[in-house]
Design a protein. Sequence first.
Length: 403
Amino acid sequence: MRRIPFCVLTALLLLAPHSRAEDRFSEIPKKVQPFVDKGEISGAVMLVATKDRILHLSAVGASDLATGRPMQTGDTFWIASMSKPITALGIALLVDDGKLSFDDPVEKYLPEFRRQWVIQEGAPDRRVLVPAARPIRIRDLLTHTSGMGEYVVTDPHWTLAEMSKVVAREPLRFQPGSWWAYSTAGLDVAGRVIEVASGQPFADFMRERLFDPLGMSHTTFWLTPAQDQSRARSYRPNAGTHRLEEAVIAYMYGGAVTDPDRPALGGAGLFSTAEDVAKLYQMMLNRGVAGGRQLIKSETLAEMTRNQIGSLTARPGMPWGLGFCVVADPTKMVANHTLSPGSFGHGGAFGTDSWADPTRGLIYVFMIQRDALKPTPDDSAMRRAYQDAAEEALVADSPEGQK
């Protein structure tokens, strides 16, 4: 399928009659609806945008199967690991402020990380530990190269400071910077670094410095009771009947989504809407400018969205930037095949996905709440259908597509 150059695509989208563009994009919900009909997902919200405007926003299915509430485009989703790059942008704001550096050792802000140990040899009845060759750096937290594993939460009301100390007590799985292994704990620790470096609670900092300036009024770590009424419920297939049943958000650690005493967790703690997520990526495609203001330096964003792990292996065709997955080879994952090399974004455990393609000037946001997706949440059959339908709509508006 032929891709349209960015400058041509933008002109075509701006000049195309509104009704014709709507007709083209109307195929997107039609291609996702069969997954609702087959009972594979409860519903979905789909968005396509440029750096300046939303081209398509639609919803299919139900937000709550128990009540039959129809899915709405403004419904709130647990975005899970899509929180990670947002937390990384919080770090970026402090880098621009001169309050920290990506290469600062974490122990500079969190002394509990001094003198870390690394598992050199592990067995059920024996572990051999050696000193870490160097301190963990903030860059390691954001690229999943810190060596940190995960941690067991025994109290949903631990503070970020308490969680950080628990994580620091565990030996590292490998020497910092020597390997890539996904670590949600690493981004939770990054949230604690933001607290110390900024002198503010993590959630307050993110609200004041990122969410409010971008108009992300529906993005939060804690839902109000009213917001919870419009939350898309999470589901997984029942092992016996294969019908969808409500899934527990394990990352709440037993706390309620409306419980303000839970900690704000940078690894997977955020709830948001498709439009709010799009606003963040629009700022990024506008080189850090939002509302006529330079929110984050363009050179800082460029650093965050390039390969930071060299030849280390992460996900198929996707090395890691600072908080963001970077698409180096779109052919390595089916759902990525319509993206250009250099696209960046992140997915979430329950199938939410958001990607920006700077070559074509496009933003894709796909929101579902379905656990146990195969082969991976990022490469789900539903996302593949959405991406293909979006591409067909974009190509249809090109001169080649209209012949």
